[in-house]
Design a protein around this ligand. Structure first.
Ligand code: NAD
Ligand code: UD1
Length: 348
């Protein structure tokens, strides 16, 4: 019998790629998403890509803060596990509206955990972030590093991690995997699904992609005086399909072992500077990305990349793709969908 997986936030960037991999892997998937930062068109595309397996996907439009809706859903379907992506993720917005972030991310997760417990579904994979490491004292970051998030968004991730550890400590039936993602980029190789941020992108690659398709005149480079090989910040970029596969590996771990509550980094273990990333994108796309140098962005860190040993050993998962493939797939998505899931008229 196929397993039933509930995916919260499954219409979003990482969620849609993971849902596709789940369907292709033979799972039944129910998505719950309020579409605050995503589009149902992404789900139509996922269905097209899943072809004959698309009938194993259903979608409920609801907010995780609506406990009644959650309860109704769990009463009607028995889930084997939940992958929990739903959350707000803009660092800048979280500084402006911390209450919104605590309410949406922490309250939403508390509701989910409570309803799961009531209905006896006690397996969870949660989307945490490398942002919990703050400015690490050294690299690569291992899972044991102290957590020191520097903004409300990161604090919600740390709080949820702590809450998950408590839930599992108090009730040993729970099995929880906390995944700390590094910097997800790229898109499905079909170019049919990808990242489609609302408004001005905060993150590097969505911004680069909008410059490449002519929607923005240049990229502002935040900081060229870091202590790195070319002065620009270093990050661990990971292909979103590799990341999606990491979730399948985590699910298998939950089903096959008594894991308790464990945390894993999902990254490649390789650091890339902003300049290297832009150059790689220019090479694969053939597009020039004009640069404007600026000072450091407040809250940015110098160098962050993952230790990948624990995930490799215990999840039997390792990222396959390098930055060239990430850029190629990002450009394929961007050139096929310059305005994301919409048209120019809808967006500008
Ligand atoms: P995304 O915004 O594309 O997806 C999140 C989805 O959750 C969206 O579809 C949104 O509509 C939905 N959502 C938000 N609040 C909700 C609520 N209260 N109820 C129901 N649905 C809700 O973001 P993403 O990049 O796919 O990220 C997924 C998860 O991974 C998030 O929790 C994010 O914090 C985490 N994460 C992302 C990154 C990254 O760089 N993309 C890095 C580390 C961690
Ligand atoms: C940001 C968030 C982090 C979150 C991560 C993934 C901040 C301070 N941190 O991290 O919490 O987990 O996204 O969603 O926002 N850059 C430019 N110009 C741009 C955009 C980015 O030069 O227009 C540079 C940045 O200075 C950085 C690198 O590109 O050196 C990567 O930036 P970004 O994609 O925003 O990711 P993070 O800074 O790692």
């Amino acid at each position: 019998m196929s397993k039933n997986i509930l995916v919260t936030g499954g219409a979003g960037y990482i969620g849609s790629h993971t849902v596709l991999q789940l369907l292709l892997g033979g799972y039944n998937v129910v998505i719950i998403d309020n579409l605050v930062n995503s589009s149902e068109i992404a789900l139509d595309r996922v269905k097209q890509l899943a072809s004959d397996l698309s009938h194993n996907l259903s979608f409920i439009k609801a907010d995780l803060r609506d406990k009644e809706a959650l309860d109704k859903l769990f009463s009607s379907t028995k889930f084997d596990a939940v992958i929990h992506f739903a959350g707000l993720k803009s660092v800048a917005e979280s500084v402006q509206k911390p209450e919104l972030y605590y309410d949406n991310n922490v309250t939403g997760t508390n509701n989910l955990l409570e309803v799961m417990s009531v209905h006896g579904c006690k397996m969870l994979v949660f989307s945490s972030s490398a942002t919990v490491y703050g400015w690490p004292e050294k690299v690569p970051c291992t899972e044991e590093f102290p957590l020191s998030p520097t903004n409300p968004y990161g604090q919600t991730k740390r709080d949820i991690e702590d809450r998950c550890r408590d839930v599992q400590r108090l009730d040993g039936e729970w099995k929880i995997i906390l995944l700390r993602y590094f910097n997800p980029v790229g898109a499905h190789p079909s170019g049919d699904i990808g990242e489609d941020p609302r408004g001005i992108p905060n993150n590097l690659m969505p911004y680069v992609q909008q410059v490449a398709v002519g929607r923005r005149p240049h990229l502002t480079m935040y900081g060229s005086d870091y202590n790195t090989k070319d002065g620009t910040g270093v990050r661990d970029y990971i292909h979103v399909v590799d990341l999606a596969d990491g979730h399948i590996a985590a699910l298998k771990k939950l089903f096959d072992t008594d894991i308790g509550c464990e945390v894993y980094n999902l990254g490649t273990g390789k650091g890339t500077t902003v300049l290297e990333m832009v150059t790689a994108f220019e090479k694969t796309s053939g597009k020039k990305i004009p640069l404007v140098m600026a000072g450091r962005r407040s809250g940015d860190v110098e160098v962050v990349y993952a230790s990948t040993e624990k995930a490799e050993l215990e999840l039997n998962w390792k990222a396959k793709y390098g930055i060239e493939k990430m850029c190629r797939d990002q450009w394929n998505w961007a050139s096929k969908n310059p305005y994301g899931y919409y048209s120019a008229d809808d967006k500008e």
